[in-house]
Design a protein. Structure first.
Length: 425
């Protein structure tokens, strides 16, 4: 089996949330524990780990923490999802993706155990154990583990970390996690472990805050709520200066909350390796050290100024919408597309009417048809053109924006993946 055959197996013979949506969600930890046991319980061989849940911000928080750990000289594993263009983006050690050979070797060993294949693990269950085993084999000093979906029943929840983090609560995947803030919070709070400190980024509603407090008390877990930054100054290029001494390279107002969460987490850990110099280095170099993309990231391969973001729920667009409105350019164009199972109307209501929109459809089973998106957008005062292919939609946007215009691309991880396949950042 070569690497391409391995990917074919992973994506065609297992249920994949990116492709199948809710049908791929396999709640419960029994299969994960059985898989891990068969591979020598690698999750128990991680000397230190940080477990991160939350509706929004967990990716930025995970990557920033990983960058800081790397700057501190710690060998750092980072497990995140989904990937954009390369499966191996999900599993990194010190920023380097897992080798092709390691992916193939793991899957071949798994296929050699009929008692495991009979469990019919999901794509995420397999890749999570793959990540744990790779990190253990590489003798990482710390593993940063991002929850896939929810928390309580997520495959990653077999670990006992040094610290748990819940970034925030916002409606997303409501059919699976609950329709109210407290129901969603209860699922996220499922990562809180006995005696393990937990940091909450944004609790929001008092009743959500109480869910976290109650769960922490039940588990005997020390709980801290992120302290607001002493100072956050927006710089001309969209980056930030935090507390007069830390340059945050990630753009967008929402990064202030993520930064506060990261700093509170580091204070809680109080690891001697984490010096002020390491913190400053990690915040400044997070994208180059970890490969993070899709956080109002600049796209330099187009004929005009452009940015893209993977934000795909109302919580993210509460920040993206105002950011877009603040951009100045003679012509502003947004290429947008969504998965059909998202709360599209709630997101469209947050988009600025001053943009010209190119409505498109991401590839894959879950994409919302571009014509249907255009119809929905019209009800919110958004006007533009329908271009079914993402690559063609970006081309049309360039023609409309001209060399002195601005283009935004977003709405879905799938849209960004399709765009990056044709236009490299």
């Amino acid at each position: 089996m070569d690497y391409n055959q391995t990917l074919e197996y992973l994506f065609s013979q297992t249920t994949v949330f990116q492709r199948d949506g809710a049908a791929a969600y396999k709640p419960g930890l029994e299969t994960a524990r059985a898989l891990s046991a068969a591979f020598g319980n690698p999750h128990r061989r991680l000397p230190r780990a940080i477990h991160i849940a939350g509706t929004n911000g967990k990716g930025s928080t995970a990557h920033t923490l990983a960058a800081i750990m790397q700057c501190a000289g710690l060998r750092t594993g980072l497990y995140t999802s989904p990937h954009l263009t390369d499966f191996r983006e999900r599993i990194r050690v010190n920023g380097e993706m897992i080798p092709h050979e390691a992916v193939t070797d793991f899957v071949e060993r798994y296929l050699g155990h009929p008692e495991l294949t009979s469990l019919q693990p999901s794509f995420f269950e397999l890749t999570t154990i793959m990540a744990f085993e790779w990190f253990a084999s590489q003798q990482v000093d710390v593993a940063i583990i991002e929850v896939g979906l929810g928390g309580r029943l997520d495959t990653t929840n077999i670990i006992t970390p040094s610290l748990s983090i819940i970034t925030n609560i916002s409606p997303d995947h409501t059919a699976l996690l609950g329709s109210t803030p407290t129901e969603i919070a209860a699922e996220k709070a499922g990562i809180i472990k006995a005696g393990v400190p937990v940091v909450i980024g944004e609790a929001g509603l008092p009743e959500v805050r109480q869910v976290f407090i109650s769960k922490a008390a039940e588990a005997g877990a020390p709980i801290r709520f992120a302290r607001p930054l002493e100072k956050a100054e927006a710089l001309p290029d969209g980056s930030w200066l935090y507390n007069d001494s830390i340059h945050g390279s990630l753009r967008g107002d929402f990064q202030q909350s993520n930064a506060a969460t990261v700093i509170t987490a580091l204070d809680t850990l109080a690891w001697p390796e984490i010096t002020p110099e390491a913190v400053a280095c990690g915040f400044d170099r997070v994208e180059t050290l970890t490969g993070l993309r899709g956080r109002l990231s600049e796209l330099t391969s187009l004929r005009c100024r452009a940015a893209y973001d993977t934000g795909h729920n109302p919580g993210a667009w509460h920040y993206i919408g105002p950011w877009l409105a603040s951009v100045t350019a003679p012509r502003r164009v947004a290429v947008i597309g969504f998965a059909a199972d998202k709360d599209v109307d709630a997101i469209l209501a947050l988009m600025p009417e001053s943009y010209y929109y190119v409505f498109t459809r991401p590839s894959g089973n879950r994409g919302l048809e571009a014509a249907e998106l255009s119809r929905k957008a019209g009800a919110h005062g958004l006007r533009g053109a329908v271009v079914p292919s993402v690559a063609d939609a970006v081309g049309v946007a360039q023609d409309i924006a001209g060399p002195d215009g601005f283009i935004f691309i977003g709405g879905s991880n799938f849209v960004i993946a399709d765009m990056l396949a044709s236009f490299h950042d």
